[in-house]
Design a protein around this ligand. Sequence first.
Ligand SMILES: [Zn+2]
Length: 473
Amino acid sequence: MAEGKFRMTDPPRVTFLGAVRTVTGSMHRLDARGKTLLLDCGLFQGSRRESHQRNRNFPFRPRDIDGVLLSHAHIDHCGNLPNLVRQGFSGPIWCTPPTRALAAVMLGDAAKIQEEDAEYLNRKRKPGEPKIEPLYDGRDVYQTLIKLQALPYDKAVEVVPGIEATFVEAGHLLGSAMIHLRIDQRGRESRLTFTGDIGRPGTPLLRDAAPIPPADLILCESTYGGHTHEVVSETVERLGEVVRKTVERGGKVIIPAFAVGRTQVIVYFLRQLKSSGRIPDVPVFVDSPMSVRATEVFHAHVQALDEETQEFLRRHPDLFAPPTVTYIESVHESIQLNDRAEPCVIISASGMCEAGRILHHLKHHIEDKRNTVLIAGYQAEGTLGRRLVERYQEVRILGQTRQVRAEIVVLNGLSAHVDHPELLAMLQPLVERNPKIRLVHGESPRGEALAEGLRSVGFTDVAVPQVGDETAF
Ligand SMILES: [Zn+2]
């Protein structure tokens, strides 16, 4: 890495550090005008050993970073910020107002997990082995939250002298934004757009993503490169069908979902299905303390939701908490769900089945063929969720081997990410300017498939970078 070699007169340069040929740990470094900014600072999620090593060690000195621009509050985009602060970063962190509110919920929860994780590993530690420190704790989260500076959508703000940032709607999560930067380099203007994660058009609750702002360099997500989702309305029909079929055979529907974002969308769909009589009157349990707090943030930031939802909320203030939905906070009530004999829907975190209460629900329900496990979000390599998608007959859950007898249904149409044709349609209007496009946030085959698609419509400078690669613009 060209540490310290960057000069004021050099053209701006991006170094790709995380969510490179994978989907977690989003982090890129921008050197421009003698300053160093980070785009996102997310947690890498994978095997324990690799995550530990990747998250703990930054490929730069945190105190050399002048500021962070944050695309949204998902933990793989913001989850390593408290560690950055713990290791000496003292600058501002810019994001949208809803992202600031959601980040408080997400990071508080992440600190608890880090602390519990360290405690667990220390208990299992052999005599003589060094004690494991959590990646960060509640104090680091507090120190991080006070650095968050909320900037409104669609307003260019000079974040450091000569660099203007604009947050533009990304339609992926409440508060999610594409980050557009205009850098004035001694009379020469360079522009950069980082898409963060982009949501599907027509996703309920959220506004649709705005057009991708034209730039000289575009860092674009590629989660579903080469893949076409079902249309949203068909997906909702299939969701209804899955619930009906499972209830008819006396089973339960278990849905792993991230507490923030997917959970609220699924609750919304189930409500629609029920009010139109397309699913029977089964109880729905949202088993995640974080979902409760996240749902409160949705209520507090109604103006960032789409028009239709705002209108619906005026008539039905109980949008996220209709009478048939029960939010569960206590562990005791969570455990009681396992003893329920009657059909129901259980939505629980984490979304990739790597941690949290969903593991207990899977352990108890996966061997009963009356049940359904409904996968509604992206499952990264190496996760239990990915093994279910790949139809493993046998899986390890919480240290025990379980036969997969429940029906596994994958509904990618509920995804929070655009698919291949949707992304092409968003980028195509920019083809005349022929910007440099670097594809991030996608496993290699996905990124390569999207790169191929982009070349076929006329973009000539498209690449899927490796970790540590740099692009000047
Ligand atoms: Zn995301």
